[in-house]
Design a binder for this molecule. Structure first.
Ligand code: GBH
Length: 493
């Protein structure tokens, strides 16, 4: 009886622990704790000291109505001038590392390496040196959605012959300038969002609309650019710098709405369209897009009268060139959706129609201040298990996870969110054997939440955006997160 139970636990670990039961325990020694930001969301100094214009600068200035309250990132949290206070907050929280991104146009105003803005180089040198002096390791994202506008003027992520070499050169420039001290590199943040919102539905900069066509094209160019940057690191910098280079992908856990086979299949297909689109080419054994995604887009394309699939073929050379180009799996995770099979009515080409699914939320799930961000901690554990079953034991760094509210200092809901979500990571590690090696809170401080402007707050530290000096104030959640870090989890009380 007893050995049967143990056997059962080995095979179906996910069921051995009640879904909402709290697991006490600590993470393995050496587990890495961090907090994150992105350049456009915190830096400000949008045209300071020779910085060039990015696609977000262009969008907020040319179409102010596209951002809630006509907010802009012109000043943001003013981290360009106040980075030392950010470092102090990180140190106070006790993080092992800080994930931030480089503003490509602050370093290279035209996007190309022939014009270097030395003030930009000096800024990141100062930030990196301050972090290291305070015992915080830098984890640097090369690209968090802020393309230099001059590159967009030439087609941006839709222009393969421009963007692939331009990104690889920029990556080489950054590795050369900072790689003596930066050992953790991320190429792209969430290529799915950039593809679907930047070059598909027009929600984000550069607001290209072409759902079902340009999203897929920009996606392939992002995969190629990422792969080239990784090869540059692998061949030219790894031998002397000995760091790691990876990509960061976002996953919404897709839970079947019913146990009908069609809905289970639909949820699986949604995961492939969400995560597999970018993960399968890099992390699977054979590479290329997921089979179910290729099949679905090809079928819809044919039905719509296209001569070939709108999902551009990778080709044999690129399949091999992209395969295996990530030293770890960077994962951003916030929420879960319920998925059911559904054939969309009407006609027309779109990324959503290609999937034959409808997504919804369980009304019982607690909400945040952002409509899309429902609090569903158990989805995190399922997502980590899915990654393990799809891609094996690649080390996973959670590079973002966090909760939105309206900014109060007594942010008890944020504390509950972090405890519950981090506990699901603990279950994935301790009970399921998932190879998660690090966790990153989004965000160390309140910042510019893209088209939601400053209305939505994700910070562990509050920033007063009405005060020109942008003072930072520690929230309750920062104290709670510091405790989790110093305990390395949740030891038995
Ligand atoms: C992350 O994306 C980003 O990397 C980070 O910069 C951002 O601040 C953080 O999330 C919090 O939002 O408005 O209904 O169309 C997370 C993935 C993709 C989630 C876009 C929200 C928009 C939903 N995000 N999605 S909607």
């Amino acid at each position: 009886m007893r050995s049967c139970l143990i056997l059962l636990m080995a095979f179906v670990p996910i069921f051995t622990f009640a879904q909402d039961e709290f697991l006490y325990g600590t993470f393995p020694d050496g587990f890495m704790w961090g907090a994150a930001t992105a350049a456009y969301q915190v830096e400000g100094g949008w045209d300071a000291d020779g910085k060039g214009e990015s696609i977000w600068d262009r969008m907020v200035h040319s179409d102010p109505g596209s951002i809630l309250n006509q907010d802009t990132g012109d000043i943001a949290a003013d981290s360009y001038h106040k980075y030392a206070e950010d470092v102090a907050a990180l140190k106070e929280t006790g993080v092992d590392f800080y994930r931030f991104s480089l503003s490509w146009s602050r370093l290279l105003p035209t996007g190309r390496v022939d014009v270097v803005n030395e003030a930009g180089v000096a800024f990141y040198n100062a930030l990196i040196d301050a972090l290291l002096a305070n015992g915080v390791q830098p984890m640097v994202t090369l690209y968090h959605w802020d393309l230099p506008q001059p590159l967009e003027d030439q087609g941006g992520w839709l222009n393969e012959t421009l963007i692939v070499p331009a990104f690889a050169e920029y990556a080489a420039f950054a590795f050369e300038a900072f790689g003596d001290r930066v050992k953790l590199w991320l190429t792209l943040n969430e290529p799915w969002v950039q593809a679907v919102m930047g070059y598909g539905n027009g929600g984000n900069a550069p607001r290209v609309v072409g759902s079902g066509i340009t999203d897929y094209l920009s996606g392939l160019n992002q995969l190629k650019a990422h792969a080239e940057a990784w090869h540059v690191y692998n061949e030219q910098f790894r031998p002397t710098q000995a760091g790691q280079c990876a990509i960061t992908l976002d996953v919404v856990w897709m839970e079947p709405k019913t146990q009908l086979a069609l809905d289970i299949e639909a949820a699986e297909r949604s995961l492939q369209f969400k995560l597999g689109w970018f993960a399968h080419p890099i992390f699977s054994l054979e590479g290329d897009y997921p089979a179910s995604m290729k099949e679905a887009v090809a079928r819809h394309s044919a039905e719509e009268g296209y001569p070939e699939s709108r999902l551009p073929e990778m080709g044999e050379e690129w399949r091999l060139r992209i395969l295996g180009t990530s030293d770890f799996f960077g994962l951003n995770h916030y929420t879960t959706s319920l998925v059911e099979h559904s054939v969309w009515p009407g006609t027309g080409t779109s990324f959503d129609r290609d999937q034959d699914t409808t997504q919804s939320a369980d009304p019982a799930w607690p909400e945040s201040s952002l409509g899309w961000l429902k609090v569903v901690p158990w989805g995190f554990r399922k997502a980590l298990n899915w990654i393990k079953s799809e891609y094996g034991d690649v080390p996973v760094w959670i590079t973002e996870n966090g909760y939105a509210d309206l900014g109060e200092l007594q942010d008890l809901d944020r504390i509950s969110f972090y405890r519950a979500y981090i506990d699901e990571v603990l279950k994935a590690v301790v009970l399921d054997g998932c190879n998660v090696v690090g966790y990153t809170a989004w965000s160390i401080l309140d910042n510019f939440e893209w088209t939601q402007g400053y209305s939505q707050k994700f910070g562990l530290y509050q920033v007063d955006f009405n005060d020109p000096s942008r003072p930072r104030t520690r929230k309750e959640s920062a104290i709670a997160y510091a405790q989790i870090i110093s305990d390395n989890g949740f030891p038995q009380p």
